[in-house]
Design a protein around this ligand. Structure first.
Ligand SMILES: [Zn+2]
Length: 163
């Protein structure tokens, strides 16, 4: 577990509570992402998972559609935090885990990939900008490397039939 994630507060099950998780009815919800946190990550260059300041290399995680159009709705991450997320996040790592509230709180239209993608890409870049408007997204600078992950396992090649 990356050190920044190890330092996160834990829920009652002992799972680290990611930075993006909002509090709903007094409980942290891992299945929803908080749009105010998205804004914080963009403004202050914070990691979406651990909430700490980003370093030189930044990762974005998304499905094939995100990679194709080079736009991501989830915030920027440390490379280590992104890889940890695709390995252990129930949404990304477990094929049977199909439920997720896609809505960013208060920003229900900012969804690029409304269906759970087959594969997730960890796209490594050296910076990003954001688009303007209500449904703003993150646009990475140069993509330096792409790792494809499926069900928590790194893939040698991109093998999705539906890119
Ligand atoms: Zn991080």
């Amino acid at each position: 577990m990356p050190i920044y994630i190890a330092r996160l507060p834990r829920d009652e099950r002992g799972f680290p509570i990611p930075f993006f998780a909002p509090t709903i009815d007094g409980k942290k919800s891992f299945a929803v992402s908080d749009s105010s946190k998205r804004l914080k990550c963009a403004k202050h260059r914070l990691c979406w998972i651990c909430g700490q300041r980003l370093s030189l290399l930044i990762a974005f995680v998304g499905g094939p559609r995100c990679v194709e159009i080079q736009a991501f709705s989830d915030g920027p991450m440390h490379v280590d935090c992104a890889i940890y997320a695709v390995k252990v996040c129930p949404w990304m790592a477990l094929p049977e885990y199909k439920k997720r509230m896609f809505e960013h709180l208060g920003d229900p239209d900012s969804v690029i990939e409304p269906k759970k993608p087959d594969m997730n890409a960890v796209c490594i870049t050296n910076g990003f900008k954001v688009t303007t408007g209500k449904n703003w997204v993150f646009i990475p600078f140069t993509i330096l490397d792409i790792q494809w992950w499926k069900d928590g396992v790194r893939q040698e090649k991109f093998t999705s039939k539906d890119p």
